[in-house]
Design a protein around this ligand. Structure first.
Ligand code: PGA
Length: 244
């Protein structure tokens, strides 16, 4: 990894019970030196967050939820409060993951509300965007990203940098990451969009990052980290991604 601040974000999705989360963090704590721990962020399912919080209390790892509501409290059965996330000590939260869009019909208006709620509580949102296979095939990728980004970012005040995870939907869980050139082109495009709004960009790539391809992917200039699903589930394998 070419930068000392390169981020490795684990998206566990709906995997790991509290005991498994504890064991995982205990194991990876043994592997990652203290001064590198803040380069690792863990996104756990809501039912596992308390265990994650307890284990991470002895570390410098970042951690957070995979989704939250935009209101602090109220009649929203089944939702996660951003205020409670803050009270628990979460540092980050995923927003707008493509699986949330696909299975829970999230759109840019809703995602923007969530981003605003997180910023209000000084939790760093990791905003996921990406085109699907059909949009890429039709040559509409850049246009789709423009629409997604504009819908989410318009009229938002960011005090820190904006953390965007570019995750082409076709690359997620497919064992076929985007090509280096595709990622690089998208990074430049997104950076330009953020610069026009005078915002610094922290650019993550996600989609089938694993031990075999991490070396190649980490050479792409402008990539500040990875969002990793399948290859983050085993602590040793996830740690190995940092050893390239
Ligand atoms: P993957 O998932 O690494 O298993 O492709 C990435 C993600 O969905 O964030």
């Amino acid at each position: 990894m070419n930068q000392s601040s390169f981020l490795l974000c684990a998206n566990w999705k709906m995997n790991k019970n509290p005991e498994e989360a504890r064991t995982y963090i205990q194991q990876i704590t043994q592997l990652v030196p203290k001064e590198k721990q803040n380069n690792f962020i863990f996104f756990a399912p809501a039912l596992t967050l308390s265990a994650l919080r307890q284990e991470c209390a002895h570390t410098s790892f970042g951690w957070g939820a995979q989704n939250c509501h935009y209101e602090d409290k109220g009649a929203f059965t089944g939702e996660n409060s951003p205020l409670v996330l803050k009270q628990m000590g979460a540092t980050h939260c995923l927003v707008g993951h493509s699986e949330r869009k696909q299975f829970f019909y999230e759109d840019e208006i809703l995602i923007q509300k969530k981003v605003k709620a997180l910023l209000k509580h000084s939790i760093q949102p990791v905003i996921c965007i990406g085109e699907n296979a059909e949009e890429r095939k039709k040559g509409n990728s850049f246009q789709v990203i423009n629409t997604q980004l504009h819908g989410i970012l318009k009229n938002i005040e960011f005090f820190n940098s904006i953390c965007i995870a570019y995750e082409p939907v076709w690359a997620i869980g497919s064992n076929q990451p985007a090509k280096s050139e595709q990622i690089s082109d998208m990074q430049k495009h997104i950076k330009k969009l953020c610069e026009s709004e005078k915002k610094n960009l922290q650019f993550l790539y996600g989609g089938s990052v694993n031990e075999e391809n991490v070396h190649t992917l980490s050479q792409i200039s402008g990539v500040d980290g990875f969002l990793v699903g399948g290859a983050s589930l085993d602590p040793q394998k996830f740690f190995n991604l940092s050893q390239t």
